[in-house]
Write a protein that binds this ligand. Structure first.
Ligand code: NAG
Ligand code: NAG
Ligand code: NAG
Length: 463
């Protein structure tokens, strides 16, 4: 698939084959020009976000490789009935089994208890430190509820807004073979200047309690809300995954507001281009064009489509990407003119291996570059640090540095799902596809670094 979709302008030359010297020289020249050119573009993009920095950024420490060791507990006589059902009585438990088993001795490793909360009010010496997987409180002292979320940087208020699913209700199964779920409560919004101290702005799009035919009726599904602002209409537009309890509606929903803190007015849902759409995200490019990216054809491929000028619908154009690769949870970002995307595999609430993808044009072709996760240990890397991607946000003032945002789903109690936010950088040669390593362009590696505890450079904040 990768080969078929290569642009014809790409310079093919495998490591083992013969290449003409002039071609090699020209591709190097082109590469240098491209880097030069794109560094100018980048400079211009970032000029708009005012960043406050007390001292020169030290991003290198964010890239330190940190190990994470844990001992698998010895086999036990008693396990929860759910765990036995999942893997049968005999097979020795894997780390993922332990993760999914709410009675596991490792539970506190994955879901540390209330004593270790990240608390912006009583943070003390831990102020500004991210602890992936710990409970995270807002400025009122309540756990943050913004799952499957995304950030919006609002230039008017020079503030970050974090939107996500409010899952502050009981977890249950709608029927015997149904997935674990929480009723639709609504989309929460939090605001921050430093990405660490979050103020609750309330539920900006509530679920519907009574009207059973409404898309947001509480027994339906609302996932992965994302918000962007339209520069022309000035409206804040929210896109989200809308479904029924059995995930057969497979649609996208659209809501709109004149303020980042809502209230959002729900407009409608549809199957984009007539296709099923489950996990999705939206991406606003530097030129003001925005795109919808959604898992389709039963999650076997992704589709990408430009939104209309007002962002309230998809345009006619649609491309299929990553065909047959069964990816979901897409998170897009752009660095030096190249588009990148992180996706997960499709294993329900259970964690799996992330993949990074890259493209010259957002409409594709997209190439797969391998697992971005660095550090931790092998199990951590093969499970995206026991989490699933949801968003990647650039860090103004720190070129090439991003925040990777993921959800550590707590299958037994979805309201207690945790956030795994880690530094992401773009740089160095990609692991795959090796067959193009002499070609043009050479993708840069996307790396997400495991840290048990980390912080942004001192004094980093917007405005
Ligand atoms: C903060 O750190 C200092 C020096 O390590 C220590 O003396 C102090 O007790 C700590 N305070 C808190 C609240 O942990
Ligand atoms: C219930 O929701 C549907 C779909 O949004 C709408 O057409 C209908 O008017 C609503 N009914 C009431 C009583 O609000
Ligand atoms: C979901 O599936 C279950 C089991 O097949 C069925 O009983 C139920 O009516 C379905 N619900 C909806 C809303 O489709």
């Amino acid at each position: 698939m990768r080969n078929k979709h290569r642009k014809s302008s790409a310079f093919h030359c495998n490591a083992g084959s013969r290449c003409s010297l002039p071609a090699l020289v020209w591709s190097l020249v082109a590469c240098v020009l491209m880097i030069h050119f794109s560094s100018h573009i980048r400079h211009d993009d970032k000029a708009e976000v005012p960043v406050h920095l007390n001292r020169k950024p030290l991003t290198r420490e964010l890239e330190e490789i940190e190990e994470e060791n844990f001992q698998m507990p010895p086999p036990r006589g008693k396990r929860s009935p759910r765990a036995i059902k999942r893997r049968g009585p005999r097979r020795p438990p894997s780390a993922i089994d332990e993760f999914l088993d709410e009675s596991s001795e490792l539970r506190n490793l994955f879901f540390p208890d209330r004593r270790t909360v990240i608390d912006p009010v009583n943070g003390g010496n831990d102020s500004m430190y991210f602890y992936p997987g710990r409970q995270w409180l807002d400025t009122d002292g309540n756990p943050i509820h913004a799952h499957g979320g995304g950030l919006l940087y609002d230039e008017n208020s020079e503030t970050y807004y974090w939107y996500g699913e409010n899952k502050d209700g009981p977890t249950y199964q709608a029927h015997k073979r149904g997935a674990a779920r929480v009723d639709i409560i609504g989309v929460s919004c939090y605001s921050s200047k430093d990405l660490w101290t979050w103020k609750n702005e309330g539920i900006v799009l509530p679920g519907e309690e009574v009207n059973t035919t409404h898309d947001l009726y509480k027994l339906n599904v609302l996932e992965r809300p994302k918000v962007i602002q339209n520069d022309k209409t000035k409206q804040y537009v929210m896109w989200m995954h809308i479904d029924d309890v059995n995930y057969t509606k497979a649609s996208v929903g659209v809501a709109v507001s004149n303020s980042p803190t809502g209230p959002f007015e729900y407009l409608y849902s549809k199957r984009p281009h007539g296709f099923d759409s489950r996990d999705m995200t939206i991406f606003k490019d530097d030129d003001g064009k925005a795109y919808l990216i959604y898992s389709s054809e039963d999650n076997s491929e992704l589709h990408i489509s430009p939104l209309t000028e007002d962002y309230l619908d998809v345009s006619q154009t649609m491309r299929r990407i990553l065909i047959g690769r069964h990816r979901e949870a897409p998170a897009l970002f752009k660095d030096k003119g190249t588009y990148y995307m992180i996706t997960s595999g499709c294993t329900g609430w259970a964690p799996n291996r992330a993949l990074a993808h890259a493209a010259e044009s957002i409409m594709g072709p997209w190439e797969t570059m391998g697992n971005p996760c660095v550090g931790g240990n092998k199990v951590f890397r093969m499970t995206t640090f026991f989490s699933q991607s949801t968003f990647v946000v650039p860090l103004p003032g720190l070129p090439g540095s991003f925040m990777f945002m993921a959800d550590r789903w707590n299958l037994a109690d979805l309201r207690d799902s945790r956030y795994v936010w880690l530094p992401l950088t773009v740089g160095g040669p990609a692991d795959e596809p090796l067959e193009y390593s002499f070609g043009f362009p050479v993708w840069s590696r996307v790396s997400v670094y495991w840290h048990r505890k980390w912080k942004l450079p001192d004094g980093w904040r917007v405005d």
